[in-house]
Ligand binder design. Structure first.
Ligand SMILES: Cc1cc2nc3c(=O)[nH]c(=O)nc-3n(C[C@H](O)[C@H](O)[C@H](O)COP(=O)(O)O)c2cc1C
Length: 330
């Protein structure tokens, strides 16, 4: 039913890709998204050794024979170093994974042109998550196969250019020849139809996948995302040069108060540590650590299986596009 540059490139049913989620995008969810006809995500930062990472790829392949993406996040981190990045790149090339979602520093700058060549030679498709036209143009020049256009609505770390998905998608689509995928503010079939209208070849979403049966997160978190609305996320971290979007909670208010009075990274670190965030997902206490979700939570109404979610999104998008086709008669 869908034939876009993305479905053709990977041989998948739906142009719906799961975005990286530290602590959550592990083999069970990754395989469930791919088995449902989309593209699952294995987030490399979850694994600290070559063996663990390789085992996670093998475990995903045991659960699905469909393609999936690996995310490599090239952003400042206390835990994941440049050495980890080299390991991830090497293993992805050796294992010939279908594709890589890179975020942060472009691969050619962080790991050199050799890394791009190594991965391309192994047949790995390269995508960069960008928040601006200039970064999309750089990715195209560096040899990437596509870009994820991530607007300010997204969860995680949106670029501080603060451009919305609605404007960013067409601006990038008109500026590069490689396929563009819309990210940020996407959770249902209406968003998918809109993204296709804006010139994208598919969508990436992350927060929506948290409220699926296959996401291994505490049930409280899934219910909290259903309860919360689109205005209940907030940007923080501008003062330390790494903006993030998270659910509005007391801990986020505390972080923003520390930033407002000039408290630095040292004071913020205990509240922002990866271990603390991991614990919050596991124990279901939304007040314990920043939960990096996007404005798309306003569109989440029910916990579904990945298959129910993707099938219903595809049907809804098709219905939207058919309805619009009837409205416009030239
Ligand atoms: C819980 C969570 C963790 C995330 N972790 C990462 C990450 O480690 N690396 C990354 O590049 N993006 C990360 N992101 C960003 C997503 O991959 C994606 O770009 C964004 O969430 C899309 O917006 P949406 O959540 O509204 O769909 C994370 C997002 C969420 C919700």
């Amino acid at each position: 039913m869908f034939k876009t540059a993305i479905t053709e490139m990977f041989g998948i049913k739906y142009p719906i890709i799961c975005g990286a989620m530290m602590w959550l995008c592990k083999p069970p969810l990754c395989a469930a998204v791919s088995n449902a006809g989309g593209m699952g995500n294995l987030t490399a930062g979850n694994y600290e050794t070559e063996e663990e990472f390789r085992r996670a790829i093998h475990e995903t392949r045991r659960l699905t024979d469909k393609p999936f993406m690996v995310n490599i996040t090239l952003l400042p981190s206390m835990r994941i170093t440049a050495e980890h990045h080299q390991i991830y790149i090497k293993v992805c090339a050796e294992e010939k994974v279908a594709g890589i979602e890179v975020s942060g520093t472009p691969l050619d700058r962080a790991a050199g042109k050799g890394a791009v060549e190594l991965l391309k030679k192994a047949g790995v498709k390269l995508f960069h998550k960008v928040g601006s036209v200039r970064h999309a143009i750089h990715a195209e020049k560096a040899g990437y196969d596509g870009v994820y256009a991530a607007g300010i609505e997204e969860g995680g770390h949106p670029l501080s250019d603060d451009v919305t998905t609605m404007v960013l998608t067409p601006r990038i689509a008109e500026s590069v020849k490689i396929p563009v995928v819309t990210v940020g503010g996407v959770a249902d079939g209406r968003n998918l139809a809109a993204a296709l209208m804006l010139g994208a070849h598919g969508v990436m979403m992350a927060s929506r996948f948290i409220a699926t049966q296959e996401c291994l997160v505490h049930e409280n978190i899934k219910q909290e995302l259903i309860r919360r609305q689109e205005f209940e996320t907030i940007l923080f971290g501008k003062s330390i040069g790494l903006q993030g979007r998270a659910l509005r909670t007391r801990v986020i208010e505390e972080i923003i108060a520390i930033e407002a009075r000039g408290g630095g990274l040292q004071e913020l670190m205990p509240l922002l540590s990866g271990e603390r965030i991991k614990e919050a997902w596991e124990n279901g206490n939304v007040e314990y650590a920043p939960l990096m979700v996007g404005q798309s939570i306003g569109l989440i109404k029910r916990v579904l299986s990945c298959k129910e979610l993707l099938d219903s999104m595809a049907n809804e998008a098709a219905a939207c596009l058919a309805r619009v086709g009837k409205i416009v008669q030239m």
